[in-house]
Design a protein around this ligand. Structure first.
Ligand code: SF4
Length: 436
C-alpha cells in the first residue's frame, strides 16, 4: 500500500512540474513516506529525518514533507523532533501535496493536513492519472479499498488509514484500462481486507469476485492478483473465480496470525483455527495447485509456550508456501499495547527465530514437492547474480529462475521446476507463449 502511495505522490509532484532525480542533493522537494506497522520503521523514519536536517542546513530552499502512517499519527511529535520539516500530510490527504509543496516553496512554515475522510460512501479519490510519459510497467498495484473496519487488537491501520472505504468500480476499471494501454500485463488489487471490497459503496455495489471478473475482461491484462483478503470473508464465489477465470492467478495470501483460538480471540481475529482450516481445505480441494502464503505474529501479549507451539503446529499443518513473520511490536493507541502481559524482547526474538526455522523447512519441502511440474511464468528480468538466468513468478507466486535469453522478458514462458529452494524454484524452459 505504501509503494502505491509513493507512486501517487510522485504523480502529484509531476502534475506541478517536478520530475524524479536520482540524488537527494539534487532534489528541490523531498517526501518521506513512512510506516507505523511496527516500531522499527518508525525509528528508521526518525533517523532519516535526522539525516535530512543536514540537507536542509546545506540547501535551505529544499522542501521536506513527511507522509504516510507516521505522519498521520504523530504530526506534533514530528514538528517537535524535526523542526526542519516543512509539512506533514496524512494517508487520506495525498491530493493536497501539490498545494502544500507550493505553499512551502512560497515560505509557509510547518503545516499539517491529517484529517481522515468520512467513513461512509465511496472514496472520492480523484487519483492522479498515469500517463504515457510515466512508462508502463509490466506489473502494477491498483488500490481498490482504503482503511479497515476490523480493529484487530494489535493493529494501528484503522487509526492511520481510517475506516473501510471502497473506490468506485468504474474508476478502478478505468485505471486498469489505462495501465493495460501502457503495457502493464499484471495487476495486483490492493486493500486492507480486499475481499470485503464494495461493502460501503452507496450505489452500484459490486462484490469483490465480480470485480475480478470485470478486471479480467480488460484486453491486455493477463494476470490478476490481490492482497490481502480477510480469512473469514473468503467465500465460495471467490474461490470459484480463482479456479475458473484464467486471468486470476492461483495464489492466495491468507493471514492466519496465530495458531490457537485463545490467541486469535485476544487478537480479535474474527475466525477460529477450525474455520480457517475449513477455508483452506475448500481452497485446496477446488484449486489443487494453489500457492498460499500467510502472516504470523509471535510474542503477542500473554502468549504462552503452548500457544506458541500451536502456531508452529499450524505452520506444519497448513504448509504455507511462505510466511511474513514478525515478533509482536506494541503500537501505542492499540488495545494490546496497553495490556500488562507484554513478553520480553529475548523471548519474542527466540520464538521468531524458531518460527522462521520451521517455516523455512516447510517452504523448502513445499518447493521440492513441485519439482517435475510445469509452470507458467511471466518473465520479469535477469537474475541479479547471473545475466543469463531469467526470473519471474509462476501463476502460483513461486519465484522461478531459469536459463533463457533476455528477449523473453515481458512474455510468459513455460518452465519445468528442476529444484526447490527456500527462495523458490530453479527450472528449465519448455516453450514460450508469445504475449506479443
Ligand atoms: S484486518 Fe488487517 S488491517 Fe484490519 S485491523 Fe486487522 S490486521 Fe489491521
Amino acid at each position: 500500500m505504501n509503494e502505491e502511495d509513493s507512486e501517487q505522490m510522485a504523480l502529484y509532484l509531476e502534475q506541478i512540474g517536478f520530475r524524479e532525480v536520482k540524488a537527494l542533493r539534487e532534489a528541490q522537494v523531498v517526501l518521506l513516506n513512512t510506516c507505523s506497522v511496527r516500531q522499527k520503521p518508525e525509528d528508521k523514519a526518525f533517523s532519516m529525518l535526522g539525516d535530512l536536517r543536514f540537507l536542509k542546513e546545506r540547501f535551505p530552499d529544499t522542501v521536506i514533507g513527511v507522509c504516510g502512517c507516521m505522519a498521520q499519527l504523530r504530526a506534533d511529535e514530528i514538528r517537535q523532533r524535526a523542526p526542519h520539516v516543512d509539512f506533514v500530510v496524512g494517508t487520506g490527504n495525498l491530493a493536497e501535496i501539490p498545494a502544500l509543496v507550493t505553499e512551502a516553496l512560497q515560505g509557509a512554515r510547518f503545516t499539517s493536513r491529517v484529517a481522515l475522510p468520512e467513513r461512509k460512501g465511496a472514496v472520492v479519490t480523484e487519483l492522479p492519472t498515469r500517463h504515457v510519459g510515466r512508462q508502463g510497467k509490466l506489473k502494477a498495484h491498483v488500490p481498490i479499498q482504503y482503511g479497515c473496519d476490523k480493529f484487530c487488537t494489535f493493529c494501528i491501520v484503522p487509526t492511520t488509514r481510517g475506516r473501510e472505504r471502497s473506490r468506485p468500480t468504474e474508476e478502478i476499471l478505468d485505471e486498469v484500462k489505462r495501465l493495460a494501454d501502457l503495457g502493464t500485463k499484471e495487476v495486483c488489487l490492493l486493500g486492507q481486507t480486499v475481499n470485503s471490497y464494495g461493502k460501503n459503496l452507496l450505489e452500484g455495489k459490486v462484490p469483490f469476485s465480480e470485480l475480478l471478473v470485470k478486471v479480467a475482461e480488460i484486453p491486455g491484462i493477463e494476470r490478476i492478483r490481490f492482497t490481502s483478503p480477510y480469512p473469514r470473508d473468503f467465500k465460495r464465489d471467490l474461490i470459484e473465480v480463482i479456479r475458473d477465470v484464467p486471468q486470476v492467478m492461483e495464489q492466495v495470501h491468507m493471514p492466519l496470525q496465530a495458531g490457537s483460538n485463545s490467541e486469535l480471540s485476544r487478537m480479535k481475529r474474527l475466525y477460529t483455527l477450525e474455520s480457517f482450516r475449513e477455508i483452506m481445505g475448500e481452497i485446496r480441494s477446488l484449486i489443487p495447485r494453489v500457492g498460499i502464503t500467510t502472516d504470523l505474529i509471535v510474542g503477542f501479549p500473554d502468549e504462552t509456550e503452548e500457544e506458541f507451539q500451536a502456531t508452529l503446529a499450524a505452520v506444519e499443518e497448513f504448509r504455507f508456501d511462505w510466511a511474513f513473520m514478525f515478533a509482536y511490536s506494541p503500537r501505542p493507541g492499540t488495545p494490546a499495547a496497553e495490556w500488562s502481559g507484554q513478553l520480553d524482547e529475548k523471548t519474542k526474538r527466540a520464538r521468531l527465530n524458531e518460527l522462521i526455522a520451521v517455516q523455512n523447512a516447510v517452504t523448502v519441502s513445499v518447493n521440492e514437492s513441485r519439482v517435475g511440474q510445469e509452470y507458467e511464468v511471466l518473465v520479469e528480468g535477469a537474475s541479479d547474480r547471473n545475466p543469463n538466468m531469467m526470473r519471474g513468478y509462476s501463476r502460483e507466486f513461486s519465484m522461478m529462475h531459469f536459463e533463457a535469453s533476455p528477449d523473453r522478458i515481458g512474455r510468459t514462458a513455460k518452465v519445468v521446476a528442476t529444484a526447490g529452494h527456500h527462495w523458490g524454484l530453479s527450472g528449465e524452459l519448455v516453450a514460450s507463449k508469445s504475449a506479443d
